[in-house]
Design a protein. Structure first.
Length: 94
């Protein structure tokens, strides 16, 4: 087990964006993509002062339309499994 834990901790991540808003009632976060790209199926890591969890991206929306991928400069909606806060950083494995 220790080998797996060490391998997981050394996985490189790059910041792909940050959370700008969270709609608690519907569990949706708005994320500004700042670097790289993000697509459905990616595993993301959301980290902030009180936030630290990983989840798979099930879908991405831009202006209420489903899209497969988002690039820098776009603001997207993500269904999130746990509460997040504005300015939480979003990372993905590289």
């Amino acid at each position: 087990m220790e080998e797996t834990e060490k391998t997981t901790k050394t996985t490189e991540e790059m910041q792909v964006g940050k959370i700008t808003h969270y709609f608690a009632k519907i569990g949706v976060a708005v994320m500004q993509v700042t670097n790289g790209s993000i697509k459905a199926g990616d595993e993301i890591h959301i980290k902030g002062h009180t936030t630290d969890f990983k989840q798979k991206v099930s879908s991405i929306q831009i202006e209420h339309e489903n899209v497969d991928m988002a690039e820098p400069g776009q603001s997207i909606g993500l269904k999130i499994g746990q509460p997040v806060r504005a300015n939480d950083a979003v990372y993905k494995n590289i």
